[in-house]
Design a protein around this ligand. Structure first.
Ligand code: PEP
Ligand code: MG
Length: 578
């Protein structure tokens, strides 16, 4: 019998494929939290289970090491061979054994805690080598628990062609490593529309439905699954007639995509001549072909933190310089807004060993971290300024809440510039702007506008902070709505304050790529809209069909409304008639 699961549509497109269930090795779910004790009669059995798990983990690590060695060379494989030695280290086995025989802890907890405690001791040593080994030990702890629980290891690298990936959740680093030619669709239990996993799925062009709550418990490995990333519907084990219906919808979607692609080189100007730049959001130089294919007029947001995830060590100045230069050069003379690091929130970088926070989205994130970790920040600024002469660079600081933060970031930028000039580097003109994504910044936009060259409104965070609704929590879908009047007032105020100070105002949050938002934002006077590359053709077509006078009337009508649902319905109706 077919089953229909409803979730949050997160990346458009329709996919049909066989389910692969993925349990990330790093989820908290596999880590024991209970303080359960065993009886003395269970000690022998638990010790035997540990011996088996160690042997299994050791075999797995040897296997991964030899596979990686073949694919990526000996150096890359070294980490797994080192872990294989660590899992057999007698002192580790001694602490696990003590946890069982003296503390009477079950095997899972004994292994996990032994690794964690050793990792914490190593971390006290102020040396990068020991920090890395501490990370290895944490990984080993999780691997041993997984082996004890009999959960098989799934590797995202070995997914078959035509898979639909079904998982409780995916870290942005997992999503970034997916191969869109193999993974046809993504279905997750958790996550929201503006979480970074959804954003990456859109960039990669993989249809995705998130926040289904029950996907992993209702879908079995190998089930045929249809994912509709527009409606948020997931059909499990559809019969013949449903499959042919899904295929028809997929064909219609593809036809529309091709029609829009033909129009991609037309300029993004309203019928009465108002230019609204339509740009794309990217996360790496690999995305440049997507920008060009979409007909985007520039890059409105390059999320540089994606260069830092899915790896074991930080990219240095040269590597960053090469990435920024490549994007600027290949897109020149188009403008490219490169955002400085926005680490924190749902974007963790394990090798930076940052302390855990109770509320990471309200913590030391983005510019707050960069102003604390000045070397990290300066390395990036050096790479950016050195790349300035290869294209049309605009540097953007994320999560600015106060004018002091902006001044301090600019002061450091000036310092870096002077150092580079002393070293003989040529630096050409560039703009400096900020993201307006914290309500404090939107409310004081007039003050901030006097000290920078542009604003880009980040609605993903602006909505989450205005509505006090976690952007990754599917239960809060109706609150996480950019069309809420409170959010719209902040957006309107930001655009007005920017224009009064004579600077341009764009938007790079996900709202910019929602077709029905376009008339409203154009009516408010937005200068640039930046979105997932796949959304550019459709939004550009809407700009081209708009008349500025009419868009202003739409804005006036919407700003009198009191409810997000009513606003959306009104705008959808308006767009459908264009
Ligand atoms: C935003 O908050 O809207 C934004 C574009 O930044 P990010 O999604 O990377 O937090
Ligand atoms: Mg943000």
């Amino acid at each position: 019998m077919a089953l229909m699961i409803k979730g949050i549509p997160a990346a458009p497109g329709i996919a049909l494929g066989n389910a692969v269930l993925y349990v990330p090795n790093n989820t908290a779910e596999i880590c024991p939290e209970t303080q359960k004790k065993i009886g003395p009669e269970q000690v022998e059995e638990e010790l035997r289970r540990v011996r088996e798990a160690v042997a299994k983990a050791s075999d797995e690590l040897k296997d991964i090491g030899s596979q990686v060695s073949k694919k990526a060379g000996k150096e890359a494989a070294e980490i797994f061979f080192a872990q294989e030695m660590m899992v057999n280290d007698p002192s580790l086995l001694e602490s696990i054994t003590k946890n069982i025989t003296e503390r009477f802890l079950p095997a899972e907890q004994s292994c996990y805690l032994a690794c964690l405690e050793m990792a914490e001791t190593m971390e006290q040593i102020p040396d990068e080598y020991f920090k890395q080994r501490a990370n290895d030990l944490r990984d080993i702890g999780k691997r041993l628990v997984r082996c004890l629980k009999g959960i098989p290891e799934t590797s995202l690298d070995s997914l078959e062609d035509g898979s639909v990936l079904v998982a409780p959740d995916l870290a942005p680093s997992d999503t970034a490593s997916l191969d869109p030619s193999k993974v046809k669709g993504i279905v997750l239990d958790h996550g929201g529309k503006t979480g970074h996993t959804a954003i990456l799925a859109r960039s990669l062009g993989i249809p995705a439905v998130v926040g289904t709550i029950q996907a992993t418990s209702s879908i079995c490995a190998g089930d045929l699954v249809a994912v509709d990333g527009e409606s948020g519907e997931v059909l499990v084990r559809p019969d013949e007639s449903l499959v042919s219906e899904v295929r028809k919808r997929a064909e219609a979607y593809e036809k529309e995509r091709q029609r829009l692609e033909k129009l991609r080189d037309l300029p993004s100007v309203t019928v009465d001549g108002r230019r609204v730049e339509t740009s794309a959001n990217i996360g790496s130089p690999k995305d440049v072909p997507l920008v060009l294919r979409a007909g985007a007029e520039g890059v409105g947001l390059f999320r540089t933190e994606f260069l830092f995830i899915d790896r074991d060590a930080m990219p240095g100045e040269e590597e960053q310089f090469a990435a920024y230069r490549e994007v600027l050069e290949r897109l020149s003379p188009r403008p490219v807004v490169i955002r400085t690091l926005d680490i924190g929130g749902d974007k963790e970088i394990p090798y930076l060993n940052l302390p855990a926070e109770d509320n990471p989205f309200l913590g030391v994130r983005a510019i707050r971290l960069c102003l604390k970790e000045k070397e990290l920040f300066k390395t990036q600024l050096r790479a950016l300024l050195r790349a300035s002469r290869y294209g049309n660079l605009k540097i953007m600081f994320p999560m600015i809440a106060t004018v002091d933060e902006l001044r301090e970031a600019k002061r450091i930028l000036g310092e870096v510039r002077r150092d580079l000039e002393r070293e003989g580097h040529e630096i050409t003109g560039f703009e400096v702007g900020i993201m307006v994504e914290i309500p404090a910044a939107a409310l004081c936009a007039d003050v901030l506008a006097r000290e920078c060259d542009f604003f880009s409104i980040g609605t993903n965070d602006l909505v989450q902070y205005t509505m006090a609704a976690d952007r990754g929590n599917p239960e809060l879908g109706s609150l996480s709505d950019p069309f809420h009047p409170a959010v719209l007032r902040l957006i309107e105020r930001t655009i007005k304050s920017g224009h009064e100070a004579g600077i341009w105002v764009g938007m790079c949050g996900e709202m910019a790529g929602i077709p029905e938002a376009v008339p409203l934002l154009v009516g408010m006077g937005i200068d640039e809209l930046s979105m997932a590359p796949g959304s550019v053709p459709r939004c550009k077509e809407i700009v081209r069909k708009l008349d500025l006078k009419r868009a202003r009337e739409v804005k006036e009508a919407v700003m009198k409304m009191t409810d997000a649902k009513e606003i959306r319905a009104y705008l959808l109706n308006f767009v459908s008639k264009l």
